[in-house]
Design a protein around this ligand. Sequence first.
Ligand code: EPU
Length: 423
Amino acid sequence: MANRLVIQGGKKLSGTVTIDGAKNSAVALIPAAIMADSEVVLEGLPNISDVQTLYQIIGELGGSVRYDENQAIIDPSEIVDMPLPNGNVKKLRASYYLMGALLGKFKKAVVGLPGGCYLGPRPIDQHIKGFEALGATVTNEQGAIYLRAEKLRGARIYLDVVSVGATINIMLAAVLAEGKTVIENAAKEPEIIDVATLLNNMGANIKGAGTDTIRIQGVEKLSGCRHAIIPDRIEAGTYMIIAAAAGDGVKIQNVIPDHLEGITAKLSEMGVPIEVADDSICVGEAEHLSKVDVKTYAYPGFATDLQQPMTALLTQAEGSGIVTDTVYSDRFKQIAELERMGGKFKQNGRSVVIYGKTPLKGTKVTATDLRAGAALIIAGLVAEGTTEILEIEHIERGYGNIVEKLTALGADIRKESDEPSIS
Ligand code: EPU
């Protein structure tokens, strides 16, 4: 059954939206939790399909998850080293964290190569380099990664590419290794600190998460604990961009403003009035939006995940802005769709020029990936007429309750399904 979002553009948004727990933390915290020998309680996980898929995978491994809207209780005590060459692991990118978690716990794992958004080639060579340095043998057999080790021993690992996934995955494998591991040129994203905090609460000994050198002293076992997830800086940034495009006063609450400095600076530069409080940000209406140039980098640089939504906003700014993605080589699939709505662009490799200000018109478009989907929602909210967004399963992988949240802000948005016809 295919689902789509239908948006009637032109409504002014106002009110308050509450941000969920961070998707890119949640998808690592859940695999980390299976390394404990007793129940781990994770508070504030987002209501998204990537999280649901991970719950199912925990069930396949013999563990259990009980959850409500506030918390998930993960019981890993019965988990076994079941091979996962296919099936649910293919549905999300972050299933690669099962490699580090299962290798750390059982010294062996079989995990199918991950799915997720196509953003250009997304190799996992740095993850594998780390596992091998810790003593694992890693092979790729018919699209599944096989990892085995007699024992894991701490090592010094220099990442050739600053990678969120490799940093977290090596951390997972190293916490139960013998001796000391040092990860150099580590990524510094807040999600890495969140995962290290959980692991340390479980009994691990990790120092330096959030800096480019992480030191891990191996421990013998990890135990259950309670952990509250950090808010999703990408969901928050997306709502800030939505508010800048279509709002006249939106409060975004449950945020850590420090995590949003890049997007706050860029929106201010565009002329958007922004007020920052302790755990909320108010985005006012700009008299007019000025163009900006945006270049993405690893944290604390401007987040690649917000680059696509920014291209939609820049169609409404005066002048020509340039967006460059230095992290991914092919993360501009939204551009062809935005062009169909009347946006004017010129793409050259990793950069795209956005010629504003252009009126957008609603039409049928496709969410080719998660953040492209967010860009199309923004375009649909400012467009004249009706926008239909197809393939919204990409959007549902990362934005919880998006129809409800936008409706509460005053948007005219609904989800429709093509019910199979009964004749
Ligand atoms: N890279 C390599 N080799 C590796 C690993 C990465 O060459 O072994 C390259 C990638 O191809 C990319 C760059 O290094 O060019 C950075 O990739 P990174 O490993 O940091 O990304 P990731 O862990 O695969 C996570 C998020 C992404 C987010 C990036 C960058 C998760 C599950 N995904 O991906 O989130 O864009 O970090 O911040 O945490 C999203 O939420 O829409 C999303 C795609």
